[in-house]
Design a protein around this ligand. Structure first.
Ligand code: D41
Length: 673
């Protein structure tokens, strides 16, 4: 190849990268769009003729890659924590007072940032190159969306620096600006496609595309706000870190300020609230962070959020509308909740047509009647609420709501139970179809067994058809019967069965959470699964033993024991296990020691697995300290061979490597540590 062609390609790559950064990050272009497009077209032509000249950070890589079959999962090397909320100045002063108390500092400087309403992601740069991008997911593991992220023009594919750090994990928020959102929805409307409810949903939907060529068409943007693991960087404070990230070429929000003390933080919040309407993107509050990283370290973190940061939310948005009806919903535990059916109204950019009314007492207290005009608030992602009615709008035709005395779904008796200072109404029939649908939906939800494709609608259909009477029925669903359901394509039936099978290996943490025990959410489930290894062990715990776990209160301890003291529940769990579900423990290597037979071993996975996906198997192995590689070599310790294993199995046999089938693998994986 001609040396001049190579030089031209390199020079175009460099210049286009610089111009793209000036345009998308600095908002300060120095050449015209036409000129940019001409240079890009020339570079594409060269790279097509000489593919060896196309580097991973070439600007031509932003147009999208071949579509994926599914997203891989990846574990964040440091968990992506969430933020506690503050709703008024008092909350912020209390946050500050706790920091002063815990650190003994006289004054604390804070860096404050607009809180963007988008999708949190982590971008991993190795030796300066973008190698991986992962969604926040549940904070521990997320989906690998590297190809989609590459299409975002303001994301650097390569760091702008001569002193490249070996590792930099950058965290930020992917957003769609207001004008881009409106244009996107206009185009969708013209094409007869479903509209996105708000910019955040549009951003999330765009990142969830398996075909990155579609993502490339969406007006996505990013602001970065922090780092995960780094190697080769000296970081001392939040503001200086953001400056460093800006120098590396990342977009950092221009409205970030450092405040010398908490009073200025509160001033900055007022200022940001005033500015809010003029911003080109949506924000829902301000994030306040202790600037000094030494102090941050000293303060540390709770299970899900750091002690050194808080989100000061903007007040909820309000709107008035008419209550057309009040219906009663039956929840997972049988609780009847009255819900207001509203004349649809736009509240802060979202169309609201329902609002919770909590319980009968609340309706009485607020004297809410069918036909009333009411004030509705919506704060962030919380369910809209009816604040009060507008008495001046009464005509006299409003109807008083009467709580039914039988369950509206199964007709069973309703029990009135005192709870705190009010009453709740409960359907006494544990096999009530409405409860069953809610329980199963919870059992298969993202944070529980995570059965993809088993949304609320499908669950309702399956229960109505009599195909689901208990959790265990999920695992014996038959593909042909599902395919025969209304509105169900053959392909989706097959996908659903595959997802059910993949969920058959589940961590103890997710399993406990999935059971939907009172007072036992994600947190409690994690705390319990950190202390115990098997579900059998958890089922036989006493309240005293549970209460010894730091973070588990008497209510949870009692609820868990009560749950397992019911023979029906024990039988229900046994049936799930009999249906082929493997509950395994995924303790991190650090607390489990290195005694597991798989720890430190090199694995290659091949073929189709039936009780989990390969990526889940990989996660499990890595959490035990094993290494998973793609090619079989003399260094490989084990080959995990699923169905239809091909050449890798052959090679492993030739090399005399230990081969495990799925059953053998699971037996060892589940071994107590
Ligand atoms: O703008 C944001 N949405 C934002 C989110 C921000 N400016 N800073 C953040 N800082 C953190 C910590 C302090 C935990 C590093 C965050 C988030 N977290 C966050 N985003 C989503 C979950 C948590």
């Amino acid at each position: 190849m001609d040396k001049r062609i190579r030089a031209e390609a390199r020079s175009l790559q460099k210049e286009l990268t610089e111009h793209s950064h000036r345009y998308h990050v600095l908002d300060d272009p120095v050449i015209s769009d036409v000129e940019y497009d001409r240079m890009l077209a020339r570079l594409m032509e060269i790279e097509e003729r000489f593919p060896e000249l196309s580097t991973p950070d070439s600007p031509t890589k932003r147009v999208g890659a071949p579509p994926l079959d599914a997203f891989e999962q990846a574990r964040h090397s440091l968990p992506m924590l969430s933020l506690d909320n503050a709703f008024n100045d008092g909350d912020v002063r209390a946050f500050h007072a706790r920091i002063v108390k815990l650190t003994g500092a006289d004054t604390v400087a804070y860096t404050v940032e607009p809180k963007l309403d988008g999708v949190a992601v982590e971008l991993v740069y190795e030796y300066g190159l973008l190698v991986r991008a992962v969604t926040r997911g549940d904070g521990v593991t997320g989906e690998v969306i590297t190809e989609n992220i590459r299409t975002i023009r303001s994301v650097p594919l390569k760091l702008k620096t001569a002193l490249t750090p070996p590792l930099l994990e950058v965290r930020g928020e992917i957003i769609i600006k207001k004008d881009g959102f409106e244009k996107l929805n206009r185009v969708r409307m013209e094409a007869g496609e479903k509209l996105f409810a708000n910019p955040r949903n549009a951003a999330a939907g765009s990142l969830r595309q398996l075909d990155s060529k579609i993502t490339a068409q969406r007006p996505l943007d990013i602001f970065v706000y922090g780092v995960g693991r780094t190697d080769g960087l000296e970081l001392t404070g939040q503001a200086r870190m953001l400056d460093q990230l800006k120098e590396f070429g990342f977009p950092v929000n221009p409205h970030i300020r450092t405040c010398p003390d908490v009073s200025q933080v509160i001033d900055a919040y007022r200022e940001l609230d005033r500015l809010r309407g003029t911003l080109s993107y949506e924000i829902d509050g301000m994030v306040i962070k202790v600037d000094d990283m030494g102090l941050q370290q000293q303060l540390g973190e709770k299970i899900k959020s750091p002690r050194w940061a808080v989100a000061y939310k903007f007040p909820a948005v309000r709107e008035t509308t008419v209550i057309n009806d009040i219906i009663v919903q039956v929840g997972r535990t049988g609780t009847l909740t009255p819900v207001a059916i509203l004349e649809p109204v736009n509240v802060g950019g979202v169309t609201v047509s329902r609002a919770t009314l909590h319980n009968e007492d609340e309706i009485r207290r607020k004297d809410i009647r069918i036909g009333d005009t009411a004030l509705i608030i919506r704060s962030g992602d919380v369910i809209p609420k009816v604040v009060k009615i507008i008495p001046e709008s009464r005509t006299g035709d409003e109807k008083v709501f009467i709580m039914p005395d039988k369950c509206p779904v199964c007709g069973s008796d309703i029990q009135r139970i005192r709870q705190d200072r009010s009453h709740i109404n409960k359907c006494v029939n544990v096999s009530c179809q409405a409860q069953l649908k809610e329980r199963i939906s919870h059992f298969v939800s993202k944070k529980a067994l995570d059965i993809d494709g088993m949304g609320k609608k499908i669950v309702i259909q399956l229960v109505d058809e009599g195909m689901l009477r208990s959790y265990a029925d999920i695992f014996v669903l038959q593909e042909d019967r599902i395919a025969a359901l209304d509105r169900m394509a053959e392909k989706s039936a097959a996908n659903l069965i595959a997802a059910v099978n993949a969920s058959k290996t589940v961590s103890l943490r997710r399993f406990i959470y999935a059971l939907g025990i009172d007072h036992t959410g994600e947190n409690a489930a994690k705390l319990i699964s950190d202390q115990f290894t098997t579900i059998e062990e958890v089922m036989s715990l006493t309240p005293e033993k549970l209460e010894q776990i730091h973070g588990i209160g008497p209510e949870t301890a009692f609820a868990v024991c009560l749950f397992f003291s019911n023979p029906e529940n024990v039988e229900m769990v046994q049936k799930i296990l009999d249906a082929g579900v493997n509950v395994i423990n995924e303790k991190p290597v650090s607390d489990s020691g290195t005694d597991h037979p798989f720890s430190g071993k090199r694995f290659v996975l091949t073929g189709t697995l039936h009780t989990m996906t390969r990526s889940r198997a990989k996660q499990q192995l890595e959490s035990l300290g094993a290494k998973v590689t793609s090619a079989v070599s003399a260094k490989t310790d084990f080959l995990l061979a699923g169905e239809k294993a091909g050449s890798k199995l052959e090679k492993a046999r030739q090399l005399g490597i230990d081969i495990l089938d799925e059953t053998q693998f699971l037996t060892i994986l589940k071994r107590e540590i």
